[in-house]
Design a protein around this ligand. Structure first.
Ligand code: NAD
Length: 499
């Protein structure tokens, strides 16, 4: 039987839902030791969404102790790989079976269209856990070359207790990007989700437990970054922090690691990704990629194509085509509307920040082509229409700052050399793209854009087989693919002598 996901369906589901806002430690849903809570406001209508436990240092201590106990006991680390695989596959199934509930919780917290939460976020989270489940019984160690009386095993061993700190823009997706490889490698995890998006993290932990993941292997501590996030990153018994978030906080995390126990750090940070369009390109394809690449998820995407570098002769035509694609396809609406393609921004403060950046950009000479305004304010929600601005140069604040809203900044160029120079003229290096029908040029430019992913004549295509992450101040360490396993393991040599 297929469900008809109408607005009425989601309104009814919302009315019948009381989201659980506790923490998940040692296999149990629990309150914070502080007894404190905070109210998460729903971005879609500005109303109270859920009451969330506001964790403190003692909660982090409890969660880390539970994770350490599970790791030391070997209850997961030493489990038969095929058993581990079965548990993780069951977990992926449970995520799918509970997809509608997870999608609703994600939308309550984040304000994205609930059908995107269901068809993209839930689907990719389940697929990610399945991908890494399948790796559990396919990881081999090495035997190093030695003389005949010796045998040197080069074992790939889990690191221990991993602290995962995650952002609010794609909560389930980014959390499973960390949980999948960290758990497949045999580690224990303490997850600190963004304070804006705790609900699905808690449910993911409950479902993992239901699937058979032993107690303590995956814990969730909710609360504020400067409180529990910092306590986790400073903890002396955490072996690694896997962080996704802003470059600013990423720098703090490195400092915390350096000043405590030198725990390892993997950072997935911000971006200001260039999409370069040459005059010979298929302009319809480029316009579609630019619009969807920038406006999807209301621009709250780390690798959004926020800088459109366009050869001067096609700037006007391209902007017009982007307007057409946006009007025709990228419907901004209440997240429960079945046709909504983009929804609300994450919170009131962020709405103010985005509008402030637009104003500052316009004051310093950027020209508004269309959009970039607050809309639907009568709903109480935090909506901004997709907007395109022509910047006087790449030095414009709109071309340099990560806005994290649906704002596309166009920077014209005249030569290939200039295009590459501008593309790389940013603190970030997360992603980029080139549109041209000249394949020699596509080859040159894609090699020269300094970014973790570069697309040619497309944008945002990926699967779990490709690593994702950045260069420069977009961070280091890669999520996704078999390579993500590497960062949650280390090599251990066992040298044996035979007489
Ligand atoms: P953020 O840096 O404000 O917060 C990220 C996480 O860090 C949250 O859980 C937060 O509570 C925590 N935190 C905040 N201060 C902390 C502190 N002092 N110590 C420890 N933890 C702390 O980022 P955000 O606003 O949640 O997310 C948006 C940012 O994330 C953007 O910059 C975006 O580009 C980036 N991002 C990057 C990727 C990637 O893969 N490269 C993916 C998604 C988002």
């Amino acid at each position: 039987m297929t469900t008809d996901y109408t607005r009425a369906y989601w309104e009814k589901a919302l009315a019948e839902t009381t989201p659980r806002g506790g923490m998940f430690i040692d296999g149990q849903l629990t309150r914070s030791d502080t007894g404190l809570t905070f109210i998460r406001i729903r971005p879609m209508d500005g109303k109270p969404g859920a009451e969330i436990a506001r964790g403190g240092i003692k909660d982090i201590d409890r969660a880390v102790a539970s994770a350490r106990k599970a790791f030391a006991s070997g209850v997961w680390r030493k489990k038969d790989p095929q058993e581990k695989k079965k548990i993780m596959l069951r977990w992926a199934d449970l995520i799918r079976k509970n997809g509608a509930e997870l999608a609703l919780l994600e939308t309550i917290d984040v304000g994205k269209p609930v059908m995107a939460s269901l068809n993209v976020d839930v689907a990719l989270a389940a697929n990610c856990i399945q991908y890494y489940a399948e790796m559990c019984d396919k990881l081999y160690d090495e035997i190093a070359p030695t003389g005949p009386n010796d045998r040197a095993l080069v074992r790939k061993v889990p690191i221990g207790v991993i602290g995962a700190i995650t952002p609010w823009n794609y909560p389930m997706i980014i959390e499973t990007w960390k949980l999948g490889p960290a758990l497949a490698a045999g580690n224990s995890v303490v997850l600190k989700p963004a304070e804006q998006s705790s609900l699905t993290a808690i449910r993911l932990a409950e479902l993992a437990s239901e699937a058979g993941l032993p107690d303590g292997v995956f814990n969730v501590v909710t609360g504020y970054g400067e409180e529990v996030g910092k306590a986790l990153a400073c903890h002396m018994d955490v072996d690694m922090i896997a962080f996704t978030g802003s470059t600013e906080v990423g720098k703090l995390i490195m400092g915390y690691a350096a000043s405590t126990n030198l725990k390892r750090v993997a950072l997935e940070l911000g971006g200001k990704s260039p999409l370069v369009v040459f005059a010979d390109a298929d302009l319809d394809a480029a316009a579609s990629a630019a619009a969807w690449g920038c406006f999807y998820n209301s621009g709250e995407t780390c690798h959004a194509s926020t800088r459109l570098l366009a050869e001067r002769s096609v700037v006007d035509a391209l902007v017009e085509k982007i307007r057409e694609v946006t009007d025709r396809e990228i419907t901004l609406a209440h997240p429960f509307e079945p046709g909504a393609q983009i929804g609300a921004l994450i919170e009131d403060a962020h709405l103010g920040k985005v509008l402030g950046m637009i104003e500052a950009g316009v004051r310093s000479g950027a020209k508004r082509a269309f959009g970039g305004e607050r809309v639907m304010s009568e709903t109480g929600g935090y909506y901004v229409s997709p907007g395109v601005f022509i910047a006087p140069s790449n030095n414009s604040s709109l071309a340099q700052q990560e806005i994290f809203g649906p704002i596309l900044t166009v920077v014209p160029f005249d030569t290939e050399e200039e295009a590459v120079r501008i593309a790389n003229d940013t603190a970030y290096g997360l992603a980029g793209a080139v549109f041209t029908t000249d394949m020699n040029r596509a080859h040159r430019v894609s090699e020269d854009i300094h970014a973790g992913t570069v697309w040619v004549n497309c944008y945002d295509l990926s699967n779990f087989a490709t690593p994702f992450g950045g260069f420069k101040q977009s961070g280091f360490g890669r999520d996704r693919s078999v390579h993500a396993i590497d960062k949650y393991c280390d090599y251990k040599t066992i040298w044996q002598r035979f007489s």
